[in-house]
Design a binder for this molecule. Structure first.
Ligand SMILES: [Zn+2]
Length: 284
């Protein structure tokens, strides 16, 4: 990560020096935990202080924040998103999305999209895939407060499985149960999905998975689907495989700026190579 960080920051500094911005069309950021304590952070966690600085940076630098659904609508229509479009997203539905992120989103009037692993919301134990010191989920009352404040509440499946291993019917059921549960609890429609875990679009199993996924998304009236594949978003991208940029514990403000400026996307082929040739995946 250090080399990726240093190169991204150097690239950003150099491009700013010669005033040649990369200006990506739109950036969808993905957060997991926003931690308040002084304990060592997980790679995909940020501290509350860092999160505050990042939301302030987005606001003061004139970015155009919107929800995932709003950006997907522009992408689908082939419209150019406004300059400096950014979407702040949160995966899983951690309690600290409510206790730490929400007050900041509210303060900065920042639109956001929260993807819930719906079957775990309201549980008193940490999300099971994280181990005993993982984060606990929100309850439905807290989710409802986010939604009433204008935050888009969306689906991250029901049980948070490794979706490429699911059959067509299993995948459809995950998307249906998650959407149905959130809609029942909140009385508002769900439009967006984020896939749990990361699965490379260049994997030999991607085309067949993508076909099953499209079918399940269409059958359940989803309008967009976000992935963990790194990159920015352009008009006419596939709204069912939107790329995002992760934010984590290495993101000081210099790296955060580099990510928003398009200076981190060069790592996407490295991610693809690692995932395609070095990483192993659970077998069906
Ligand atoms: Zn997740």
């Amino acid at each position: 990560m250090t080399a990726e960080k240093e190169i991204s920051v150097l690239l950003s500094d150099a491009l700013n020096l010669v005033n040649i911005p990369l200006a990506p069309a739109a950036t969808m950021l993905v957060y997991h935990r926003i931690e308040g304590g002084s304990a060592p952070l997980q790679p995909d966690s940020v501290t509350l202080t860092e999160f505050q600085e990042q939301m302030r940076y987005i606001t003061e630098e004139g970015y155009a924040p919107m929800t995932a659904r709003e950006l997907a609508a522009l992408v689908e229509a082939g419209e150019e998103p406004p300059e400096k479009s950014v979407v702040v997203t949160f995966d899983d539905g951690y309690l600290d999305t409510y206790t730490h992120a929400f007050p900041e989103l509210d303060f900065f009037r920042m639109p956001a999209t929260v993807f819930l692993a719906a079957g775990h919301i309201g549980a008193s134990t940490p999300f099971p895939w994280l181990g005993s010191d993982g984060g606990k989920p929100m309850d439905w009352q807290q989710v409802s407060k986010l939604q009433k404040a204008g935050i888009e509440i969306a689906s991250h499946t029901y049980s948070h499985p490794f979706t490429p291993n699911l059959t067509k019917n299993e995948l459809c059921l995950e998307l249906e149960r998650s959407k149905g549960t959130i809609e029942d609890k909140l009385g508002a429609p769900v439009h967006s999905l984020a896939l749990p875990y990361s699965f490379p679009m260049r994997h030999p199993r991607w085309p067949s998975f993508r076909a099953r996924l499209r079918e399940a998304l269409n059958a359940n009236d989803y309008v967009c689907c976000c992935t963990m594949q790194r990159g920015h978003i352009r008009p006419r991208d596939d709204v069912f495989a939107l790329r995002r940029i992760p934010v984590g514990r290495d993101d000081d403000l210099r790296l955060f700026r580099a990510k928003l400026e398009g200076c981190f996307a060069w790592t996407a082929p490295l991610q693809a190579f690692y995932q395609r040739f070095l990483k192993s995946y659970p077998t069906p």
